[in-house]
Design a protein around this ligand. Structure first.
Ligand code: PEP
Length: 255
């Protein structure tokens, strides 16, 4: 059985002082026993990573970044490398979030390079896939997600793919308050499993964690997380509120 993972994506929110306050509250509110069954991850801004690493040390909470560059180092102004993230204490990195695909025009081939670089530096990549509202309306959403998977996971070995986590995040559900129904999410998780199985075989597909993301909050977490094939949640807005985030972790624990 795959352990549940609850990951908080803080996006471009909170300065270092505000981050410190949130981390303090999260640490206080997440009960120790939850870690028996649930992995808890926070992904603050780059400037708060070091503070976060220090504050969560020994708590069971894990650290991740929201992006990385696919080169080792060099003249890439404004970017951050896998080795820097690793040195700070990151274990995970979100890759291909729909906001980066939309606003920074990140394409599947670049995402593929980033995933491989993350794995090379022993960071666990969380690959985000998902369709827009129009793509769902036009009933082409399966094809869209299939392409994101095929191209995002292009030419990866079995050993590499075993390190990957997928987050199914329908774009129409991100930050909108419109979450996918448990059935919609379950159906897409099954579809993702089918594609991964076609690409890498059943054994790998069965072990691949697939998170759901899109307006998960303390009220809907239990229903979404107990749906078939959902191994956790990537949480945006609600991860900025310690109470809500802790309630989502609790919901995952209680399933
Ligand atoms: C996200 O940022 O990945 C996300 C799912 O955001 P929200 O929970 O706010 O919809």
């Amino acid at each position: 059985m795959i352990r549940k993972l609850i990951a908080g994506n803080w996006k471009m929110n909170l300065n270092p002082v505000e981050s410190e306050t949130l981390i303090k509250n999260i640490v206080q509110k997440i009960e120790k026993k939850f870690f028996d069954k649930v992995d808890v991850l926070i992904c603050p801004t780059y400037v708060a990573l070091e503070i976060a690493a220090r504050m969560i040390s020994g708590t069971g909470i894990k650290l991740g970044a929201q992006n990385l560059h696919y080169e080792n180092d060099g003249a890439y102004t404004g970017e951050i490398s896998a080795s820097i993230l690793k040195a700070i204490g990151c274990e995970y990195v979100i890759i291909g979030h729909s906001e980066r695909r939309k606003y920074l025009h990140e394409k599947n081939d670049i995402i593929n390079k980033k995933i491989k670089k993350a794995i090379e530096f022993e960071l666990k990549p969380i690959l985000c896939v998902g369709e827009t509202f129009e793509e769902r309306e036009d009933e082409i959403y399966e094809g869209v997600v299939e392409d994101q998977l095929k191209e995002g996971l292009f030419e990866m070995t079995d050993e590499q793919i075993k390190k990957v986590i997928i987050a199914y995040e329908p774009v129409w559900a991100i930050g909108t308050g419109l979450n996918a129904t448990p059935t919609q999410a379950s159906d897409m998780h099954a579809f993702i499993g089918k594609i991964v199985s076609k690409l890498f075989g059943d054994e790998i597909a069965n072990e691949l964690p697939i998170l759901y993301g899109g307006s998960v909050n303390e009220k809907n977490a239990s229903q979404i997380l107990s749906a078939c094939g959902i191994d956790g949640a990537l949480v945006g807005g609600a991860s900025l509120l310690a109470n809500e985030f802790a309630e989502i972790v609790k919901a995952a624990y209680e399933i």
